[in-house]
Design a protein around this ligand. Sequence first.
Ligand code: NAD
Length: 543
Amino acid sequence: MASALFTTPIPDNEPVLSYAPGTPERESLKKKLDELAGQQIDIPLIIDGREVRTGDTSNYVMPHDTGHVLATWHKGGPQEIAAAIESSQRAWKEWSRWPWEERAAVLLKAADLLAGPWRDTVNASTMLGQSKTVHQAEIDAACELIDFWRFNCHYAEEIYSEQPMSSPGVWNRIEQRPLEGFVYAITPFNFTSIGGNLPTAPALMGGVSLWKPSRTSIYSNYFVMKVLQEAGLPDGVINFVIGDSAALTDVILPSPHFAGIHYTGSTEVFLMLWQKMSENLRLYKNYPRIVGETGGKDFIVAHASADVGALAAAMVRGAFEYQGQKCSAASRAYIPESLWPEVKEQLVEMVNSIKMGDPRDFRNFMCAVIDRNAFGSISEYIDEAKASADMEILVGGGYNDKKGYFIEPTIVVSQDPKSRLMCEEIFGPVLTLHVYKDSEWKEMLELCDVTSDYALTGAIFARDRAAIAEADDALRYTAGNYYINDKPTGAVVGQQPFGGGRASGTNDKAGSAINLMRWVTPRTIKENFVPPTDYTYPYMGGK
Ligand code: NAD
């Protein structure tokens, strides 16, 4: 081991490339899109560094062109999970003893590989496989994941350097030990970056993970796994396990080696996982660490003093980028009566100008929603709005699955501030808004706080400072990421650590020291240089 206290390079956010016409990045990405779309790959499980093919396969298609198969992927079962757990236990023995800076070097190299030679592949596979525009892929699959990897190394260094004080004759130290056992990392379809972050955060801290991606992001996530392997991640530190989620979970959670869960996805699945963990609690060596970031019903609140142009643009970007499939997407809004005519006009004009289609056509602002289930459930909400006397569709409302799962950006005006569309996460391009009387500003803030079980993101638009202060206080627990005069999406690693409370998650802020602290178990060490040799105390010298 080197005799030095190393420090990591100071991280900075990865610059977002523009892909504007004529740029070299646009030309190179277009080539990669053609290359990937022109072939069909076969995706195995990756266990102990080896590709495992079970022969039990499913097709992976483009959401915007469901007849186009991008890949086949192999489903693992109990046998593969047993092998993955065994491999992770073997890997743990060495990896958990590696010097932290060597582990960091693997992730720093992965970040540079992704920023350079792998950028096009991971971006293109995210565009084709998850139906993201080039900008949405770039800020997620490239920039955010690069940031997660670089910033986490820096936070790990901070955590390790935090040491207790010592008294005379004593040296106190704290060692941040990796968790004993494996972390089950379950990732959602909507961010390739979350796919790459959830299994690597515990690994950076010396632990091992079983990574189970969503079946609708396996395609890009497989390439992320390849980046990690190329960066020198030792075999078995992260095993890539794909298959039927419920069946895999039934084998994974009763393992005595299970040490924690790093989850992002819907609230319902998280509740079910927590329940299952508690049923198995007596099997575990340690109480499992439970980190889960879940759903949202994110709000935009406008005060009568709001700048209408900024408000309307934030509503459109916040609600419709990536087809509203962001946990942070603006999904409900509260607009004062006095601003409504102007807001309405601008919204309709903006939304009518939105182009939707294949992500390979760079003129599109929106593409398809992820799969048939999402298409079905989002269109049901739209149908409900169409059928209700209390709701009016201001713009959009159409959907079509002939070629891909396309749903128009839709704005619904709801007279009832507690209609189902104002309360439930829809996870699609539907923004429901309620117009309130200007004189009922205070009541509206209270209503916003109690309307939904979630508390993930929210935004307030106002120019009046007193109104901003009032909203800050009234909405204190309504969002874990709160914005003033900005859209509620687009949190940046190192700048706005992300996560929510209430039904939205455990709020352990992905890509921050808070999150990394969940993957270590500290050992406090006290060394006494000259220990006493007499058991008595001075007070015992007399009666
Ligand atoms: P989902 O709940 O359908 O799936 C999430 C993950 O859970 C997937 O990997 C899925 O395969 C897995 N899963 C499903 N059933 C399982 C089981 N029985 N055992 C183990 N795993 C199981 O969610 P999704 O559609 O992939 O993602 C959308 C949801 O994620 C939304 O609710 C969104 O708000 C949330 N999300 C939250 C954040 C956040 O930071 N708060 C970020 C992204 C997404």
